[in-house]
Write a protein that binds this ligand. Sequence first.
Ligand code: C5P
Length: 293
Amino acid sequence: MTGTLYESAHAKINLYLHVTGRRADGYHLLDSLAVFAGAGDTLALHAGHGAAGAVSLDIAGPFGAGLAADADSNLILRAARLLRSEIGGTDRLDPLHIVLDKRLPVASGIGGGSADAAAALRLLLRAWPANVPRERLMALATELGADVPVCVDQRAARMGGIGERLDPAPGLPPCGLMLVNCGEAVSTPAVFRARAPVFTPAAALPAAWPDVAAMARDLSGLTNDLQDAACALCPAIRTVLDVLETAPGCRLARMSGSGATCFALFDSPQAAEAARAAVERPDWWVWAGSLFA
Ligand code: C5P
């Protein structure tokens, strides 16, 4: 290939997250409303070197240092390997080089690694001549991680199953959003292990929300079932939530995914930006803006 192709990997926010059951293999069944933030990583795809079908990776950006680029653990390289074996006929495939600009905190409940993997799948499918049916693409995504399928389309969706079943989300109002991360990585399996062993039924949602106030009102009755366990493992999350809950204009504050990143909803991106000064702390990552989808 010639030139450079780009994909954005937007942060995924779980507006609520109910653990509805547990599969025999230990994975948990979820009901969650996932939306996407304007914040995200960027992936750039260039011509690479080496053998046909080889994919190399460089990691840059403010959170790049926290991430390994090895073939076994890095989700971008795992996505490339999986897609390559799905396509077959590796000798036809150009060698490619990906540069990840890591702008989202790592292992932080906003699906950064999953969004990167999904963006890598989209990028590679633009560069390699392949016709991978959507159901195969989604199966590969699920193999990479429970949050990867929803990140393939980066559209607000209701997640079911372990995350692989996607249904349309209610219509969302224009919305201001703040993301805050306390700087501590939280292990997803550890949070699942630490949660109280109770299950919450799937939520009943309207077809659409007319405004942020109505959305926040409905969501206030729904939980993130991982939040208490994550706060017990990482008390700084509780501090972040206390600060967000009292920030001017905040309609709802909650943890995303298995943490540690928390989000707050505001009536507008301007309202979110205006609350920034009341929230910022030296060690915290704070982002203010709007929903992407
Ligand atoms: O799928 P992913 O790699 O993101 O999940 C990381 C870990 O989180 C899993 O190995 C599992 O322990 C836990 N998990 C779970 N149920 C889910 C998603 C994740 O138990 N639906």
